[in-house]
Structure formats: C-alpha cells, structure tokens
Design a protein around this ligand. Structure first.
Ligand code: RIB
Length: 310
C-alpha cells in the first residue's frame, strides 16, 4: 500500500463489556455470563483498523489521566498507530463505553465521553500540524460537534479529503459541515436520523443519498447491515452485497468498515473496491468478540477477499 498517512480525529474509550443471554428491558436486573475490558472508542477503533491494514495512521484525541488512559495509549501503539498527538488530559477520566452483547450478537452501548468530551480548538491545532501530506481525515461524532466542524474546516482548507462516519446517530449536524465532507458513511439508523425518514433498503438509501448530496456531501455510502452497502457519487450509484459470515459480536463492525474503506482509498483503490474492502473488514470484525480485539490485519482481509471473490 502507498505510504500517505491517514489521520483519525476522534474518541478513545475503554469498553466495559458484559455478555448476556439477552438485552435487559427497563427496570430489569439480569445475570450475565462474563465481563471484560477491551480498548474501543469509534475513533481509536478506526485508527487501529487502518494501521492493521498497513497504512500509516495518526490518532489525534484525548485520554484521561487514569489507568485506562495508559492502557488505551499502549493498545494504540501496539497496533502501530502514531499517538504523539493524543493528549493525556489529567483533569479528566478516560472515555468509557458500557456494552452489553447478547446471544444473538445484538448490543447496547452507553458512552460516557470523559476526556473525549473536552476536545476543543487546541486539539484542532495539533491536528492541523499533521494534515500536510495526509491522504484523508476520518471523523466520527463522539466528540463535541463544534470541534468536529473546526477539524473538517482545517482539512478542507488544505485539500485533505474528509470522511465522516456520522456515528453515534444524531439529527443535528451543522449545515456547514456537509459541504466539507467528501464521503459520509452512515448505517441505516444513522442515515434515517440525518434525513428524517426511515432508511431500510436500497430504494430508501438512494433517496437518503440524494438528500445528503443536496446538502453538499459529495459521496454517500450507506451501510445496510446484512444486506450490503449502497453507494452514490456525483456520477453513479452502485450496490455491494454483504459478505455472509457467522457473527458473534458486531461491536466495532462499523468502525472496521470505515477503517477498511479509508485504508483502501489511501492506498489508491477505486471507491467501489474500497467499499468491498470496508465490507470485508467489517464482516471479519463481526466474527470475533470485542472492539479493537476483533479487527483483522491486512493478510487476513486479502485472504478473505481472494476466497470470497474467486
Ligand atoms: O463502534 C463501537 C464503539 O462504540 C465501541 O468501541 C465503544 O467504545 C463506542 O465508542
């Protein structure tokens, strides 16, 4: 793969994961099977996914001055991510995500932002120093929206492609953000929140893509889960069917998709090929438990694609 680096500007969490027979209903106490702590956070997961696929990756974000912060930093470094611009915010605790995963591999996630919630213009200053020569800036929505907007403006101003994973779902993105985004990658729920109508299939995904393009986004990639991925550029639309796998845990499957897509684009593959890389990376992630613990390396993705595409 080509050596241009990718920058991920976003959240870093410790995931507190309970395995349960089924997800609890309100007011219910449930006995679970097991508890683990696993490095996560949408930003950090995407950075690890890209680094494992062999693309130089810079993470810009914050961890707290606690034990989790040190573990999260060392997890990123072990995966090969450049953490020079991850700030240790000693006044804060690290972001955590409380996750329940059931027997059907469905999950509930509650995120407490901690240090991620303090990201502000000085973090964008650190990002700006890393932008020259970058292949892409990858953003998510687990840090404050005004800071996300500043980061997108900084990248756009120097011609670095902005990729936005609009997760977790929300409907209040600033209007100015859309025209700074080259590629947006919602899943069906996130797309529904953004456009205000249910996105459930290829037809409604195409309608949602049109709305998002009218707001200023260039390319829309909508993940339709086990169905596949719908893509719309200014010139064409296309559909990539999902890879069928035995899923054990879909936590971070969306992050893996974004990592695969971005790594492939950074390596010079076409958009459609990059979507296939994203779909393969996401499918492989769903076959293993946990967030960063589930992300495949490049050889695994290459091998999977050669088996599935032959
Ligand atoms: O996308 C999965 C991630 O969402 C988890 O790792 C958790 O930390 C939350 O950010």
């Amino acid at each position: 793969m080509d050596q241009s680096h990718v920058i991920v500007f976003g959240s870093i969490n410790m995931d507190l994961v309970a395995r349960v027979p089924r997800l609890p209903v309100p007011s219910e106490t449930l006995l679970g099977y097991s508890f683990t702590t696993v490095p996560g956070g949408k930003g950090a997961n995407q950075a690890v996914a890209i680094a494992r696929l062999g693309v130089p990756t810079v993470m810009v974000g914050r961890v707290g001055g606690d034990r989790f912060g040190q573990e999260l930093l060392s997890g990123l470094q072990t995966a090969g991510v450049d953490t020079e611009d991850v700030l240790v915010d000693r006044a804060q605790s690290s972001g955590v995500a409380m996750i329940a995963v059931d027997d059907r591999s469905e999950n509930h996630i509650i995120v407490i932002p901690g240090a991620n919630g303090q990201m502000e213009p000085t973090d964008v200053d650190r990002l700006s120093r890393r932008l020259p020569g970058a292949a892409a800036l990858l953003l998510q929505l687990e840090i404050p929206l005004p800071t996300i907007l500043l980061a997108a403006q900084a990248a756009h101003a120097v011609g670095v492609r902005v990729i936005l994973d609009p997760a977790p779902a929300r409907s209040d993105l600033p209007a100015a953000l859309y025209s700074l985004v080259s590629i947006i990658t919602p899943n069906a729920i996130e797309a529904s929140q953004l456009v205000g109508f249910p996105v459930t299939n290829r037809e409604t995904a195409a309608q949602a893509a049109t709305v998002l393009q009218q707001r200023g986004v260039e390319t829309v990639i909508i993940k339709l889960g086990a169905v596949g991925v719908f893509g719309a550029t200014p010139d064409e639309s296309f559909f990539v069917p999902a890879f069928q796998v035995d899923a054990v845990d879909t936590v971070a499957a969306g992050d893996a998709f974004n990592g695969g897509l971005t790594a492939a684009l950074a390596a010079g593959l076409s958009l459609r090929e990059a979507v296939i890389w994203g779909a393969a990376t996401g499918a492989l992630s769903a076959t293993k438990p946990g967030a960063q613990s589930s992300l495949p390396d490049r050889a695994t993705v290459v091998n999977f694609l050669s088996q599935r595409q032959s």
